[in-house]
Design a protein around this ligand. Sequence first.
Ligand code: MG
Length: 207
Amino acid sequence: MPLHQALPPLLASGQARGLEASGRWLDPATTHALPPRPAAFLDRDGVLIVDDHYPHDPAKVQWIPGAWQAVRRLNEAGYFVFVVTNQAGVGRGYYTEATVRHLHRWMAAEMAQAGAHIDAFEYCPHHPEADVAAYRRSCHRRKPGPGMILDLMAHWPVERAGSFMIGDRSTDVAAAAAAGLPGHLFPSDDLDRMTTIILSASNFSGV
Ligand SMILES: [Mg+2]
């Protein structure tokens, strides 16, 4: 059912609610009709949330200082915001893909409360030495491979100029380089401060 027909009755019955926010918001079905924009590719653990050894339980998640503000700042500057995260914990059998997706839905909901929006989450559950056989492989999507970034650039109208990656490990920077993008190493202190510096050095004029 088209959104314009589906939403009004849900809103009227209280089964859906809205949030006013600035910046551009997308219906994924129409993304290719939109003009290209640069993208911020963000690692998850150590960039948005504290990397306390395979985080996966929302009840234990600690946000990195400035994470929500940084994402909102990127939204308002007209950037796509994508999360690209290695989740070898799946391959190691620590938790399942459903757990990863649940955490991402929780993160998106938390961010929405602050008016911040992530356009897409990409994760790679594989590892060449995974304990779970189904996940044991060398995967081009696992960073330092560029696969997750390239897949996002193939499915969204991403403009290369101005796009960048932020990660807390050298493998993040290497993945960005392999995708032909600049990568910034983040010391896990204040993400909004770092994002502000990167944006101030960018030529992208925003929306
Ligand atoms: Mg990390």
